[in-house]
Design a protein around this ligand. Structure first.
Ligand SMILES: [Zn+2]
Length: 369
């Protein structure tokens, strides 16, 4: 309820003091509730309005109504009070106007700091591997994750119905039965299709390194995931030999795992290389001894060696698919290699569960930031 000036019966100084106190505290209350421009206007009208504002009421109800003998005293007090009211109303209006036009900004409050992101340990490992080959003059090539059967298998010397296809449990896209086999879409099972795509675009010589995400129908467990990462490399030129492959990869492994690691090769089979090999590095955890103090070294299964990648000389059958772009198997030769980034990251960071990388638990990932 807005304040109104009461009629006085008693015009003694004490009664006037009392009435003045009530009036001023009403003024303070109403001033505190004044904010918007509309509120400021009605506040001013209520107190200073000429016709029936509080000041006019004071004239009417206190000064004019005062008995003759008290007039002088009441007049002085009312005039004093009017001056005070005018001054307080103006001050309150100025304050309210400033508060509403200035946005409230408390610069003493600490701000909300956004946490900085960091490279995921898998991506960091991938960049490290790619960096080693970039320093050797390799350029980076990338390709689609959804591939055709042709690039993922056929052009890499996996003929239709070849048993080697069974080793890569493939995720095909649905409802493609009407398409010819080589056009059917799948999630690439390796980064190798980018070898073909690059050789179709660039004439030899080439040296490329291919990082990327691949998929296979493997149920997730401590060492498998339906999605994982590879880095693959390809060098094609005239007179590339198995010696070049060994020298390049030996250098790369020393750059990645330290100058003291030794490397070894064991014959293997891949459809797109001939001859093919698996490459081993001496265990960089136990130094090749197979033991960690009195305990067996688990990462190398006590052998002192860790299988790290697959490699080989590019099969001439693969060159046949890109022969028209200058890759005549009679004239050029090359080597290729591929490694699983996730496993290397596990070894590097001493993890025994691959799933930790993909669960998105910030508490785990923060350790690598
Ligand atoms: Zn070991």
């Amino acid at each position: 309820m807005a304040y109104t000036v009461p009629k006085l019966k008693d015009f003694s100084p004490a009664a006037l003091d009392n009435a003045a106190r009530e009036l001023l505290s009403a003024l303070e209350r109403e001033a505190a509730q004044t904010g918007s421009a509309d509120q400021r206007k009605s506040f001013r009208d209520h107190w200073l309005g000429r016709k029936d504002g509080i000041l006019a009421q004071m004239n009417q109800l206190w000064l004019k109504a005062a008995p003759k003998e008290a007039k002088r005293e009441v007049g002085q007090r009312v005039n004093q009070l009017k001056a005070e009211v005018e001054q307080k109303v103006e001050a309150a209006l100025t304050k309210a106007a400033n508060v509403t036009t200035t946005p409230s900004l408390d610069i003493s409050l600490p701000g909300i700091r956004r946490q900085l992101g960091a490279e995921h340990p898998i991506i960091r490992t991938m960049h490290e591997i790619v960096g080693v080959f970039k320093n050797l003059g390799y350029s980076v090539a990338e390709g689609p994750v959804v591939e055709t059967d042709y690039y993922n298998f056929e052009a890499l010397n996996f003929p239709p119905n070849h048993p080697a296809r069974d080793t890569q449990d493939t995720l095909f896209l649905a409802n493609q039965e009407a398409k010819p086999r080589r056009e059917q879409l799948l999630l690439r099972t390796h980064t190798s299709p980018v070898q073909i795509r690059t050789m179709e675009k660039l004439k030899p010589p080439i040296r490329i390194v291919i990082p990327g995400k691949v998929h296979r129908n493997d149920p997730p467990d401590a060492s498998h995931s339906p999605m994982f990462h590879q880095v693959e490399g390809l060098a094609v030129d005239t007179n590339i030999t198995f010696g070049d492959l060994k020298g390049t990869l030996d250098h790369a492994m020393k750059a990645l795992f330290g100058a003291s690691v030794r490397t070894g090769f064991r014959p293997s089979f891949f459809p797109f290389t001939e001859p093919s090999a698996e490459m081993f590095v001496s265990c960089f955890i136990c130094g090749g001894s197979g033991k960690r103090g009195p305990d067996p070294c688990r990462p190398c299964k006590q052998t002192g060696w860790i299988e790290i990648l697959g490699c080989g000389m590019v099969d001439p059958n693969v060159f046949e698919f890109v022969k028209q772009n200058g890759y005549d198997p009679e004239k050029v030769s090359g080597f290729a290699f591929g490694m699983g980034v996730d496993r290397i990251a596990m070894l590097k960071y001493g993890l025994d569960d691959l799933q930790l990388f993909f669960q998105g638990d910030v508490r785990f990932l923060q350790q690598f930031a």
